[in-house]
Write a protein that binds this ligand. Structure first.
Ligand code: NAD
Length: 659
């Protein structure tokens, strides 16, 4: 039984128990319908408290049901019935009330929450809008601006903010259920509050600012449908009678649910939750990690140290000398200052986190570290040397991780006395913000070390993708492949701004040439120079990047790269770069051709997919979905397109269907 009803002296407790997250699946909907009937019919019941077992309130719809024919009772109909109950329903919210869960709470007459509860309508992240009255009821309970923000971003709010907005009535002072029952007793005999649907919508205070916000959301959405449907739904909620707004919301939900964008986002939703489900770790327990050592306090080391501190680990940062250690610690502090400024941590927590950081040049400071992450220069010899120093001072069971971007993790592991404790933890920059963490699995690594590295990554709230050892692992290897293709297109007839525009119109956050200008062209130039001696001369090589660097045009930091940056930040097409590209095509005897945006993207996607297939064939990635997850979370491949491998698969299936 997913839903049970018990009675406590006139107060009915309706309890949902549908692990793991009490999703509003068919059995729960049936159970709630039955509970409503029972409590309505029972004269001894004066009020109802709705609560959930386990770690959370109803944390959303059952996403697995989305692809199946709908089963009655549909959530919108059930919620109308609950809203129309003759006895007050009090929602007691702990954990998360998300999607259909929050919509259920909105139909209760009162809402109490535990202090740590989160409430949200994340449907947009699945290419949907709330389909059980959320868009119509929420702006009747809280200000339209706040409702729009919650629904269009999909981000949950804290219980404190929810109270401030008027989304909940109270935060429980003690035990939530006890407080909810007390609250229910206090309202027995009082008139029911008017239902949300019978109240007027709370119009925006500043109509012009609200309209501007709507346009901003529409513009940011690009080719995505869900944000636009959300805008329409909120406008309906403000302008139409509630019944009409509900009907329109339901229709929009049904259209979006069967739309390829939502199917793609569901693919990503499941893919992100499956990346670490591998047989070899089935019965392996991770070790406990309390103290993390970080070697190198540069861009990555400082970011990794900040990420670890923010997730509650003590951090020891080691640099080459005390001066460099101080600079590294200052970088970490600057990141934590940023978190404080943005209100993500309190002043007290900021002080506490800084106290958990120690920095120095003496490797013996690592004696207590449970795991050490190396982020020194990208040089095999330097890294092998660093690991020798580390091995000499840490416990035999301390895990040793490298943040190398391209080097052979097996060679790093083999140079140590115990390769079974060496693993790759490939963070992306900025390390405390970027979601992806590639856990690079060398041949000799033990299961316990792998499980612990994954567990650490999850504590850091990262999305983990497991990668075998190869040059660039998954995301950077694919990026190198499509960057190469883009360089070919420069010679073949496209200009950097043609390619970048095609990429951003497709939904990528930045074009490849602007991205390189931002990172600095000297990084890849140095790598190309290192690889020059071993490069296969029969392979096509594009010299344009090298020539820009030789002229001192290293990207945004020098004011010129593939673009010109007259004000230091705005990328403008550079006629001299165009002339250089045209000259290179001529020098190589290439007749330049015009490229439409669609052709550019077709070549980029094909490069991504071909490299992705190689990665699969070599066993570097476990499955195609992991590659999608990596590209979405490392390079901002549009989630609503499902990832490059998903697109290839979908196109192949469509091709088969129409053949
Ligand atoms: P960086 O030059 O900013 O920092 C390297 C730091 O290591 C410097 O502060 C240096 O003083 C320190 N260092 C060098 N040798 C040391 C030693 N023997 N002991 C202690 N400290 C030492 O470089 P970065 O960009 O932070 O890159 C570090 C590593 O992370 C590289 O392997 C790089 O490939 C990898 N990585 C970089 C990025 C990125 O976007 N920058 C992303 C992922 C991975």
């Amino acid at each position: 039984m997913s839903v049970t009803v018990t009675c406590d002296n006139g107060i009915a407790l309706v309890t949902i128990d549908n692990p793991p997250v009490n999703a509003a699946s068919h059995s729960v909907r049936l159970g709630l319908e039955q509970a409503l009937r029972q409590t309505e019919a029972d004269d001894t019941v004066n009020a109802v408290v709705l609560h959930c077992m386990g770690r959370t309130f109803i944390a959303g719809a059952d996403v697995k049901e989305f692809g199946q024919p709908p089963q009655d009772p549909a959530l919108p109909d059930l919620l109308l019935q609950i809203e129309g109950a003759s006895k007050p329903w009090v929602a007691a919210i702990h954990g998360s009330a998300l999607g259909g869960g929050l919509e259920t709470a909105l139909c209760c007459h009162y809402r109490l929450a535990a202090a740590e509860a989160k409430l949200g309508l994340p449907e947009v992240q699945l290419g949907l809008l709330p389909g059980a009255g959320g868009t119509v009821r929420l702006p009747r309970l809280i200000a339209a601006e706040r409702a729009l923000n919650m629904i269009s971003t999909g981000k949950p709010v804290s219980a404190q903010l929810a109270l401030q907005d008027g989304l909940i009535d109270k935060i429980a002072a003690g035990d939530l259920l006890h407080d909810a029952v007390q609250f229910a007793r206090s309202i027995v005999g009082k008139a029911l509050p008017p239902t949300l649907l019978s109240r007027p919508a709370i119009k925006p205070k500043d109509t012009a600012a609200f309209e501007a916000e709507l346009s901003k959301i529409a513009q940011k959405a690009g080719a995505q449908d869900a944000p636009k449907a959300i805008i329409q739904a909120i406008q309906n909620a403000l302008d139409l009678p509630p019944d009409a707004a509900l009907t329109a919301e339901r229709r929009a939900f049904q259209i979006l649910r069967s739309h390829p964008q939502s199917a793609a986002m569901r693919h990503v939703f499941f893919a992100e939750r499956n990346t670490t489900k591998i047989d070899r770790l089935k019965d392996v327990a991770p070790r406990k990690i309390s103290t993390v050592g970080v070697i190198g306090g540069g861009t990555m080391g400082a970011g990794i140290a900040a990420a670890c501190l923010l997730s509650g680990f003590a951090v020891t940062l080691i640099e080459r000398d005390q001066n460099a250690a101080n600079q590294g610690a200052a970088r970490v502090k600057a990141t934590l200052d940023g978190s404080l400024k943005r209100g993500m941590i309190s002043p007290a927590k900021h002080t506490h986190l800084l106290a958990a950081l120690s920095a120095g040049a003496d490797y013996t400071m690592l004696a207590d570290a449970d795991l050490v992450i190396e982020a020194v220069f990208e040089d095999l010899g330097v890294k092998q040397q660093v690991f020798k120093h580390v091995e000499a001072v840490v416990r035999p069971d301390t895990i040793l991780a490298t943040n190398t971007s391209y080097l052979d993790v097996n060679s790093i592991a083999d140079a140590t006395g115990d390769p079974s404790r060496v693993i790759g933890l490939h963070f992306f920059s900025p390390a405390h913000i970027m979601k992806l963490l590639e856990v690079v699995v060398p041949t000799a690594v033990s299961d316990a070390v792998l499980a612990t590295a994954i567990s650490l990554a999850k504590s850091l709230r990262k999305i983990v993708v497991l990668s075998g050892v190869c040059d660039g692992f998954i995301a950077n290897r694919i990026m190198s492949a499509y960057r190469r293709e883009c360089e070919y297109m420069l010679e073949d007839g496209a200009l950097p701004w043609d390619i970048d525009t095609a990429m951003t119109e497709f939904g990528l956050p930045m074009g490849i040439f602007q991205m390189q200008d931002l990172a600095g062209l000297d990084i890849s130039w140095a790598m190309r120079k290192r690889q020059a001696a071993t490069r296969d001369p029969s392979l096509r090589y594009v010299d344009i990047g090298d020539k820009l660097c030789e002229q001192g045009h290293l990207g945004r930091k020098t004011g010129r790269g593939y673009y010109r940056y007259e004000d230091g930040k705005t990328a403008r097409p550079d006629p001299e770069v165009e002339a250089l590209i045209l000259a290179e095509s001529k020098r190589k005897g290439i007749t330049r051709q015009g490229f439409a945006a669609a052709e550019i993207m077709a070549r980029i996607l094909s490069a991504m997919q071909t490299e992705g297939q190689r990665i699969l064939d070599e066993g570097i990635a476990h499955n195609a979905a992991d590659i999608d997850v990596a590209m979405i979370n490392a390079y901002g491949f549009p989630r609503w397109r499902g990832g490059p491998m998903y697109m290839a698969d979908t196109q192949a299936r469509l091709g088969k269907d129409t053949a």
